[in-house]
Design a protein around this ligand. Structure first.
Ligand code: AMP
Ligand code: GLY
Length: 430
């Protein structure tokens, strides 16, 4: 079949690789491919969020299946438009994608579905928001309602910090339209996990667990990023916790969305904080995580096309996923200045040397392949290296061995990806 991948980050490089592995995929097309994706399929020079352009392309090229990686085309209705034109596309409709597109909507669905989540209020008015924060009397988190590429969240330990965040968003235009409405909620503490499931509108099938590292600096310090590294499985998600998340979060949300007339098809990602009182949902994403996808798809042995077709046909109840039993760990390598002001245009060296490290794979993201064969940086998160190992520690060792061979001017990465899981493994041995 002829398949189109929409998106050109690390997640979509991993998606393109998984589709290439499928004997069912003939021709593969990729929107504005990054330096790594370029070798996997034909380049399509249409922006991932150009809905009309993509529909016209799919019609002209008779694409059998479109796989959408990022959230924006989903919230813009790419899947709706393709379905209306009579084509198959994988991902939620615009209405279902509001679970990520509006944090206020996500909260409303969570309340209706009885999902455990932090106490919150939604505001458009600054003085009302300030009053609530004072009455609430505990640290809060201020979140832009709309899409903000993982950056529209401010943790406020004091009333003064909350005042600044609120006025930045509601009056100062930080995050533009996305910040004209805010959700203010209790600041929770605990360990985070990414719990991703695939849903066919009715059935829910959990993927392996994973954990992201959102902060730019070691020991989880500094500003939030799109994600600096991830691994799978995440031992914080015990079998009991997985059962609880399926029973109290995933199935109720999918049931509620169906009852709302917006059945959810695609990958549903719950960002979870495991607190002393149990798991609490911080947010929903309506797609795979980046970088969680890199370790997840490195471990997934089930044909991705089979998974997607079972979802589109409402047959998920019959499917069982097969996983590489080993752990996978992914280290993101970023450009100088990321996340504030990433520097681009530097030549990347050492990709071939890295490729010779056994049990590792490089997924490119912010890169461009030039006609002379060199690969240059073109974004903040430039690429990621995923290693496989019997333990998370072993997977990390492999990944960092390959990371050490790749370099460009100003490159930086965290050296502690997986530290929580590795500490747990140490305890088990000791
Ligand atoms: P979100 O986009 O809602 O997942 O928020 C991004 C990040 O902000 C999360 O991964 C957490 O690290 C942090 N965060 C969000 N909500 C809360 C909360 N209620 N308490 C503490 N941290 C939070
Ligand atoms: N890694 C977090 C996200 O994809 O939103």
């Amino acid at each position: 079949m002829r398949v189109l991948v929409v998106g050109n980050g690390g997640r979509e490089h991993a998606l393109a690789m998984a589709l290439r592995r499928s004997p069912r995929v003939g021709e593969l097309f990729i929107t504005r491919p990054n330096g790594g994706q370029a070798a996997l399929g034909q380049a399509v020079d249409i922006a991932p969020d150009d809905v009309d352009g993509l529909v016209a392309f799919v019609r002209r090229e008779r694409i059998d299946l479109t796989v959408v990686g990022p959230e924006r085309p989903l919230t813009l209705g790419l899947v709706d438009a393709l379905n209306e034109a009579g084509f198959r596309a994988f991902g939620p409709t615009a209405r279902a994608a509001e679970l990520e597109g509006s944090k206020a909507y996500a909260k409303a669905i969570m309340l209706r579905a009885g999902v455990p989540t932090a106490e919150h209020q939604t505001f458009e008015d600054l003085s009302e928001a300030r009053r609530w924060v004072r009455e609430f009397g505990r640290p809060v988190v201020v979140k832009a309602d709309g899409l903000a590429a993982g950056k529209g969240v401010v943790l406020c330990h004091t009333v003064e910090e909350a005042d600044v965040a609120l006025s930045d968003m509601l009056e100062g235009g930080a995050f533009g339209q996305a910040g004209r409405r805010v959700v203010v909620e209790e600041l929770l503490s605990g360990e985070e996990a990414s719990f991703i499931a695939v849903c066919d509108g009715e059935h829910v099938l959990a993927l392996a667990s994973s954990q992201d590292h959102k902060r730019v600096g070691e020991g989880d310090t500094g500003p939030n990023t799109g994600g600096m590294g991830a691994y799978s499985p995440a031992p914080v998600v015990t079998p009991e916790l997985e059962r609880e998340l399926m029973e109290r979060v995933m199935r109720p949300v999918v049931r509620t969305m169906a009852a709302e007339g917006a059945p959810f098809l695609g990958f549903l990602y719950a960002g979870v904080m495991v607190t002393a009182e149990g798991p609490m949902v911080l947010e929903f994403n309506v797609r795979l995580g980046d970088p969680e996808t890199q370790p997840l798809l490195t471990r997934l042995q089930t044909d991705l096309v089979d998974l997607i077709e079972a979802t589109l046909d409402g047959r998920l109840a019959e499917l069982e996923l097969r996983w590489d039993p080993r752990a996978a760990l992914c280290v993101v390598m970023a450009s100088e200045g990321y996340p504030e002001a990433p520097r681009t245009g530097d030549v990347i060296a050492g990709l071939e040397e890295a490729a010779s490290v056994a049990d590792t794979v490089v997924h490119q993201a912010g890169t461009r392949l030039l006609s002379d064969g060199t690969v240059h940086t073109s974004g903040g998160r430039v690429l990621s290296v995923t290693g496989l190992g019997v333990t998370v520690a072993e997977a990390a060792g492999r990944a960092y061995e390959a990371v050490a061979r790749i370099r460009w001017r100003g490159e930086h990465h965290r050296r502690d990806i997986g530290y929580r899981a590795i500490a747990r493994e140490g305890q088990r041995e000791g």
